[in-house]
Design a binder for this molecule. Structure first.
Ligand SMILES: Nc1ncnc2c1ncn2[C@@H]1O[C@H](COP(=O)(O)OP(=O)(O)O)[C@@H](O)[C@H]1O
Ligand SMILES: [Mg+2]
Length: 261
């Protein structure tokens, strides 16, 4: 698996919805992207989560806007009046991650009568529990409607267990209580089927290829004494174990769904 690399040419505007201050930018391929900054407060691991979870979602058949690496050079946004944005750009010079910008998309809103199909919803609930993504709730859906289809965005908070390497593997088999707040849970009537499909799709080779795409620098931290390859191995083991034990979080989600109705 290989992500394209583009260069940001113009800072268009900041997106102030969440906390990480992503931006809409133009790039040298004439595309428009939503740039997730390496220098944001959440740190490079948020980009690791964005990439790894996003590509897993795509493998599972969910729509995820194309992810690309994006180069930020020191000239970008030099004239931005906002100091917070200038600092963010300065801290992010070099490689960052971006998603294809979906113009005219709107946030999925069940309160406005929007619905999801059972297959997509079931896979989405399973996927978010697998990658431990807490950001798919009615208050913070991170789910865009675009050309009558649902697009899954913002996976930076997924895999939160990777912030503590030592305990990450111990948490691979845990249920995921946040499923009860999943925005698509009401439609997730076919989770067993979704799980069966996911288990066939997510082979060790596919997961390894996704992990291979993560830049070493995003994985490494000073004074940890562990290599990027060793870290990828931890993620790979985590996913293998979580996949094997997935009935634990799938049953948890089913129970949560039963409580809804
Ligand atoms: N690919 C995209 N196309 C269109 N709009 C997007 C895209 N990605 C994000 N957005 C918009 O920007 C907002 C913030 O982006 P998001 O990735 O959710 O970051 P955060 O929640 O950390 O600020 C989203 O809620 C959405 O409205
Ligand atoms: Mg968000």
């Amino acid at each position: 698996m290989q992500l394209r690399t583009v260069r940001a040419t113009q800072y268009v505007t900041a997106l102030r919805e969440g906390g990480s201050l992503p931006a809409i930018v133009a790039a040298d391929d004439l595309g428009m992207y939503v740039l997730k900054f390496r220098g944001a407060g959440q740190g490079p691991l948020a980009l690791v989560a964005e990439l790894v979870a996003g590509e897993i979602g795509r493998e599972l058949g969910l729509n995820v806007p194309e992810l690309v690496f994006i180069e930020v050079d020191p000239a970008l946004g030099r004239n931005e009046p906002d100091e917070e944005i200038r600092d963010l750009l300065k801290a992010s010079v070099g490689l960052n991650l971006a998603l294809d910008y979906l113009p005219g998309s709107t946030m999925f809103d069940p309160a406005a009568g929007e619905v999801a199909d059972a297959q997509t919803a079931s896979m989405a609930v399973w996927f978010d529990a697998f990658v431990m993504n807490v950001d798919r709730t009615p208050r913070n859906a991170n789910l865009l409607c675009w050309h009558r289809e649902l697009y899954f965005i913002d996976h930076g908070a997924a895999l939160y267990v990777h912030h503590d390497w030592e305990t990450m593997l111990d948490r691979a088999e845990s249920p995921f209580r946040e499923s009860k707040n999943h925005i698509l849970l009401p439609w997730a009537t076919r989770m067993e089927e979704a799980e069966e499909r996911a288990r066939l799709i997510l082979t060790p080779d596919k997961l390894a290829a996704i992990l291979e795409a993560v830049p070493d620098k995003w994985l490494l931290r000073d004074h940890e004494g562990i290599s990027a390859a060793q870290k990828r191995e931890v993620y790979a083991n985590f996913f293998t174990r979580r996949l094997k034990a997935s009935s634990i979080f799938r049953e948890e989600a089913s129970r949560a769904r039963a409580q809804l109705v």
